[in-house]
Design a protein around this ligand. Structure first.
Ligand SMILES: *[C@@H]1O[C@H](CO)[C@@H](O)[C@H](O)[C@H]1NC(C)=O
Ligand SMILES: *[C@@H]1O[C@H](CO)[C@@H](O)[C@H](O)[C@H]1NC(C)=O
Ligand SMILES: *[C@@H]1O[C@H](CO)[C@@H](O)[C@H](O)[C@H]1NC(C)=O
Ligand SMILES: *[C@@H]1O[C@H](CO)[C@@H](O)[C@H](O)[C@H]1NC(C)=O
Ligand SMILES: *[C@@H]1O[C@H](CO)[C@@H](O)[C@H](O)[C@H]1NC(C)=O
Length: 340
């Protein structure tokens, strides 16, 4: 717009100069022919009109250009303002994020400090933290409780999904931690609470002594997610081989733990399955094997490209069948009567 007008303007200036030259030296130019006064003056008059026209045209153009320039300037300023606002928003978001991190640390401290409470409102899972208004997902340190006989324990709390209050008992997402471990390791837990881990069968037994539900969330390599929920979930103690008991499935992933209901836990060094095969060795992880699986969330983590080639992967038959190893899994529990 501005460019076009500028060239029009340049043209106008050229014409104006030309006209002025003409007007200033009419005699010189008109000298050779016999000066005819009337003709001369007519020409001058016409040139003067043209000059006047061009002048007004020029003025109009520059006025237009001014407003256009102003508009462009205004737009630039507006853009600059928006840019600043965006930057401010980013800064705000960043500070909020670090604030959240700080708050999580403060919360963990507070959780520790509240260790000297009566048993009635003791903190022993993420649901009790939630009911004390801790609402941010992350790592928490549950205090030791002499009354309940529970040790200090680092847990990861999901305070968002479906009402929150979930204590994670397992996660697969990075794939660097082997789940092909022995009985002792499955008993006390292994891995990193922010990455891949098994919370430990003793801890799972303890947390699910109160009536509990289980939620399993899965993601495949196409980025789709599914879940399976059991309205009732508990495991026996070590003397009972951490036997699985579950009921009341709901979800969209399929009921692929049902086949494992009422089976004992098996590891590479303890074959408690209902099969002549040694399922834990064949499937390379500890699990509640039947003969052997309809799901194996503790199987081998296979990366993209390798994820459909073996039957010992992280499987959930009800969704992707026996040979599809999932990209991400989380198992989490909370009290059955939990009210968000
Ligand atoms: C001057 O401009 C007017 C319209 O603004 C036009 O009618 C007229 O012909 C122009 N005169 C010359 C000499 O260009
Ligand atoms: C399963 O759900 C039904 C209906 O809600 C309930 O009556 C039953 O007690 C539940 N079973 C268990 C084991 O929680
Ligand atoms: C499960 O383990 C218990 C003891 O820990 C044992 O008595 C029971 O027979 C086992 N059940 C199966 C199906 O292996
Ligand atoms: C698991 O077995 C128990 C009986 O021991 C049964 O009541 C329950 O419904 C079963 N769970 C599922 C999901 O089939
Ligand atoms: C799964 O993979 C195994 C090899 O690990 C193969 O024998 C079997 O046929 C495959 N099953 C399906 C359904 O692709």
């Amino acid at each position: 717009m501005v460019k076009v007008n500028l060239s029009v303007l340049a043209l106008g200036v050229t014409l104006l100069l030309l006209a002025e030259t003409w007007a200033q030296n009419p005699r010189k130019r008109l000298a050779p022919p016999k000066p005819n006064k009337a003709q001369c003056c007519d020409e001058v008059r016409s040139l003067k009109v043209q000059v006047a026209n061009l002048t007004s045209l020029l003025e109009e153009l520059s006025r237009k250009q001014d407003t256009e320039l102003m508009n462009v300037l205004r737009q630039l300023m507006e853009l600059d303002k928006q840019n600043r606002q965006q930057e401010a928003r980013v800064t705000e978001a960043e500070s909020k994020y670090s604030e959240i991190n700080n708050r999580v640390e403060i919360m963990q401290l507070q959780t520790l400090q509240s260790a000297t409470q009566t048993s009635s409102d003791a903190i022993y899972d993420c649901a009790s933290l939630y009911s004390k208004n801790y609402r941010i997902s992350g790592e928490y340190k549950l205090p030791k409780d002499d009354f309940l006989g529970t040790p200090e324990l680092n847990v990861f709390c999901d305070m968002e999904t479906n009402g929150g209050g979930w204590t994670l008992i397992q996660r697969r997402k990075i794939g660097l931690t082997s789940f092909n471990r022995d009985w002792k390791q499955y008993k006390s837990g292994f891995g990193s609470i922010r990455g891949d881990f098994w919370l430990g069968n003793d801890h799972i037994f303890r947390i699910t002594r109160q009536p509990s539900m289980l939620r399993i969330e899965m993601e495949d390599w196409e980025g789709q997610t599914r879940y399976a929920e059991y309205g009732f979930f508990t495991v026996g103690n070590e003397l009972n081989s951490y036997k699985l008991f579950l009921a009341n499935y709901s979800g969209n992933a399929g009921d692929s733990l049902r086949y494992h209901n009422n089976t004992n836990f098996s590891t590479i060094d303890k074959d408690n399955d209902k099969c002549v095969d040694d399922c834990a060795s064949r499937r390379k992880g500890g699990y509640w094997y039947n003969c052997c699986t309809d799901s194996n969330l503790n199987g081998v983590f296979y990366r993209y490209g390798e994820h459909t080639k073996s039957s010992d992967g992280i499987t959930w038959y009800g969704w992707h069948g026996s040979n599809y190893s999932l990209k991400k899994v989380e198992m989490k529990v909370r009290p059955a009567g939990f009210q968000p």
